[in-house]
Design a protein around this ligand. Structure first.
Ligand code: SIN
Ligand code: FE2
Length: 223
């Protein structure tokens, strides 16, 4: 008998999902438990640089609502929303400048996670960075503004744990709920590429690296 499983846990609260486990979420979707944990300090330093160049902002939905998630982007294109709709833009509308380049550690992590999930050759050109504080939620939606839907989505969780909702291809499909902890990576593509997904309102907590925040990196091939 070995205690490796327990050695992998961050805290008694992290009872679910030892580092290294791959959990199926749906046909075409997996959670890679702890896959990004070792790189997290580097990723957080890089996020600081990205947000230094392209500051966090609350975008406005086409319906005129202010999103509770604060966002920024890096890569060749960034996801933006305003009264005219959702789109990918090569420029940050706040500054008119191109978005910060995708840090090497981001690209390395995203391509390795995709390959681990069965999507070898993933070449993301856009990374949406989402910041949640307690109470922030992201309602059920599809990622469908990307040109080539053959590429998967790679989504990295850092900081406070969240309840991720992962549904089917119809908005009315009841979503599965899975807890995403610091370092967990979700990859979805193929038959799950257009699955509805979202994040339940973030519960408060105090994370050793991120305090009262959760940050999510979502990698896409957008252009
Ligand atoms: C997203 O769907 O863009 C973000 C998902 C997450 O924060 O886990
Ligand atoms: Fe999404």
């Amino acid at each position: 008998m070995t205690f490796d499983l327990f050695d992998n846990l961050d805290s008694p609260d992290d009872w679910r999902g030892a580092t290294g486990a791959t959990e199926p979420l749906a046909d075409g979707a997996v959670v890679l438990r702890g896959f990004a944990r070792a790189q997290a300090p580097q990723l957080l330093a890089d996020i600081g640089h990205v947000a230094g160049q392209a500051p966090w902002r609350h975008m406005i939905t086409p319906g005129g609502l202010r999103m509770s998630v604060a966002m920024t982007n890096c890569g060749q294109a960034g996801w933006v929303s305003d009264r005219t709709g959702y789109r990918y833009d090569r420029h940050d509308p706040l500054s008119g400048e191109t978005w910060p380049a995708m840090p090497a550690a981001f690209l390395d992590l995203a391509t390795r996670a995709a390959a681990e999930a069965g999507f070898a050759g993933f070449a993301p050109d856009a990374c949406l960075v989402n910041r949640y504080v307690p109470g922030t939620r992201l309602s059920l939606h599809q990622d469908r503004d990307e040109r080539d839907l053959r590429a998967p989505i790679v989504s990295v969780s850092l900081g406070l744990p969240a309840v991720f909702l992962f549904g089917g291809l119809r908005r009315a499909d009841r979503p599965a709920r899975t807890r995403l902890a610091h370092g967990d990576v979700v990859v979805w593509g193929g038959p799950a590429r257009l699955a509805f997904h979202g994040v339940a309102p973030l519960a408060d907590g105090d994370h050793p690296l991120l305090g009262h925040e959760r940050i999510n990196l979502t990698f896409r091939k957008a252009l």
